[in-house]
Design a protein around this ligand. Sequence first.
Ligand SMILES: [Zn+2]
Length: 223
Amino acid sequence: MVRFHPDARFLTDYAAGSLPVSQALCVATHLHYCPGCRLRVGELTELGAELFMQQQPAAAVDGPSFEKLLTRIATRPAMGTPQAGATNDSKVSSLPRTLHKLAGANLEKVKWNKVGSKFRYASLNVGDRARETSLLDIKAGGSVPHHRHQGDEITVLLKGSFSDQEGKYVVGDFIVRTKGETHRPVASQDQDCLCLAALDAPIVMSNWLVRLGLRLLNRQKAA
Ligand SMILES: [Zn+2]
């Protein structure tokens, strides 16, 4: 059962359409799993619409950028087609609809960047240049290298479970880490773990070997 939820600020800004698009994607993904937050967002949206009508009855405004993203996703062709024999685990059909076309039909077709044998990540293009939006895949028993945050990070758990020094997280949990915090998420032993993450600023790997690996990877990409 979902235990970690977006706070009131996230839900209010989401309902008002004023969250940055990558964070809005995280909230929308959490709402897929959480009827309680869905209800609150519904109430906040109604309240906002009422206030808006009272203040600016005739004004026309642009739709929020997240709605534009949803329109863009809806009209974009899927990136890949499911392959015969693909396991259920690699199909995106079990994920929230907002992620289907962003991730493509088959998670194995996503362009993954490997860091070690048990962790890989893939960037998602959501049109938010100020932030990094990614899928994180941690194999059973594996971990994300120990890292420090230079900005805020939101993680929404999509499959499996992981734990860090603060506790254990399950599917649907909305986890916020703020600037300066360090942590080392470890996937449970029995199942692979998949997360959606939105980062305000690049994370800093605490392990020098991982730092070196990432630097080489970035250099290869730039070449
Ligand atoms: Zn919730």
